[in-house]
Design a protein around this ligand. Structure first.
Ligand code: Z5A
Length: 217
């Protein structure tokens, strides 16, 4: 049996503090000697980053939700092919800032496409591959939106209203509740020092007991 690396994803709604969390997870893993690919979605490849610009740029044209979903999965297919799968097959760990849970939350729930098209594309593009661990930074929508607005110019998603982000949060929490052991939910409304401490606790656990993963992807 060959073994592949651990696939960790980081998720959260608006203003959850993912950027800050990514930096501390990455630092802790590297410090522990983990051979790591740190990447993000949408993005992670030249094609993915071009699609990311199309997706995030505020637009006067109303982007059809299905067009948005297909662009996200096109970026994901390239990302898997070019970077994620090769790294996992080499036994490296992959830390990805957002992945398909975000598509269920933003396109499935936020844009109200429902889970069926997202689940169909997930099977088509990923086959059996799912994240081994997902760290979900959870914050009440009002607090998160206040934080995000404090950062300045808003991208196309950040311009959505409270109801949109309430659906996104509900979807994330529902998936985490149903998702068995793969989700770690962090209360990201707490002060930064407490959030960082909780994240360090999760990382310590992952380093202490890395699962043995059969390379069937
Ligand atoms: N998207 C999608 O729709 N479907 C998909 O399948 C995928 C993505 C993969 C870009 O994602 C967009 O792509 C995203 C969904 C869509 N749109 N939105 N919104 P992104 O992950 O690149 O962008 P982001 O959501 O804006 O994430 P971010 O840049 O990591 O921002 P953040 O989570 O809000 O984190 P932050 O910048 O670290 O924190 C925000 C502010 O809060 C900042 O000033 C911090 O200093 C402050 N902060 C953070 N933590 C705390 C605490 N604990 N207390 C007080 N203040 C804090």
């Amino acid at each position: 049996m060959s073994q592949r690396g651990l696939f960790i994803t980081l998720e959260g709604g608006e203003g959850a503090g993912k950027t800050t969390a990514m930096a501390s997870i990455e630092a802790a893993l590297r410090e522990a000697g983990v051979d790591l690919l740190s990447t993000r979605e949408p993005g992670g490849t030249a094609l993915g980053e071009s699609l990311r610009r199309c997706l995030l740029e505020p637009s006067t044209e109303a982007v059809a939700p299905m067009a948005e979903l297909l662009m996200i999965f096109a970026a994901r297919a390239q990302h898997l092919h070019e970077r994620i799968l090769p790294a996992l097959h080499e036994g490296r760990w992959v830390l990805c800032d957002r992945f398909t849970d975000a598509s269920f939350a933003y396109q499935g729930a936020g844009r109200q496409l429902g889970t069926a098209p997202v689940a169909a594309l997930e099977s088509m593009v990923q086959g059996e591959l799912r994240p081994d661990v997902t760290i979900l930074m959870d914050v009440p929508v009002e607090i998160g939106m206040d934080r995000a607005r404090g950062r300045g110019a808003l991208d196309r998603f950040e311009q959505e209203d409270l109801e949109f982000f309430a659906r996104v949060r509900e979807s994330y929490l529902e998936r985490a509740a149903r998702g068995g052991g793969r989700y770690y939910v962090i209360d990201a409304s707490k002060p930064l020092a407490e959030v960082q401490q909780a994240i360090r606790g999760v990382v310590k656990e992952l380093i202490a007991c890395p699962s043995v993963l059969e390379d069937d992807s």
